[in-house]
Design a protein around this ligand. Structure first.
Ligand code: FES
Length: 160
């Protein structure tokens, strides 16, 4: 399985018991930034857990993704308070600067852009989150500087 070269090694570190399922999935998510379907099949066999149960866990928790995601997760709030204070313009700028037509993952897997409905901090509107960091009162003009913080040095130079 080309895209999961260390899976066997990873599985060897865990007892082949069903209660290893969540930590094993977390480790695969950390290593590959998503849960490739072939890996889920191997996990099911190794831990002797039905594949349906593995898929149930993989789709139940927000921390898991069945699609490849970028190194950084950018979440833009489009809830009412953020919307009326200019979030759509911020989203447009993010899409443009990340060269995306719609929210999703950049070709280089550096960023995944998602929209969310209210982050519970409407007083900071319009607001976005990058990984665990919250950015308040965003404007289009602040977007390039925000992305620059997360780009690798060589990419930041290329984007300037
Ligand atoms: S509407 Fe954006 S944080 Fe509530």
């Amino acid at each position: 399985m080309g895209e999961t070269p260390n899976l066997q090694e990873l599985l060897r570190d865990w007892p082949d018991r069903p209660d290893s399922l969540i930590p094993v999935l977390q480790e695969i998510q950390d290593q590959f930034h998503y849960l490739p379907e072939p890996a889920l099949r191997e996990v099911a066999g190794h831990l002797r857990v039905p594949l349906s149960e593995v898929f149930h866990v993989a789709t139940f928790y927000n921390c898991f993704s069945l699609e490849p995601v970028g190194r950084h997760l950018v979440q833009v709030c489009l809830g009412t308070a953020c919307h009326v204070r200019g979030a759509p313009r911020v989203l447009d700028r993010l899409l443009r600067d990340l060269r995306l037509g719609t929210p999703g993952t950049t070709a280089d897997f550096e960023f995944t852009l998602r929209t969310v409905r209210c982050m519970g901090c409407c007083g900071l509107a319009p607001v976005a989150r990058v990984d665990a960091n919250t950015y308040p009162h965003l404007t289009q003009a602040k977007v390039p500087g925000l992305l620059k913080k997360y780009r690798r040095k060589e990419q930041a130079q290329a984007a300037d």
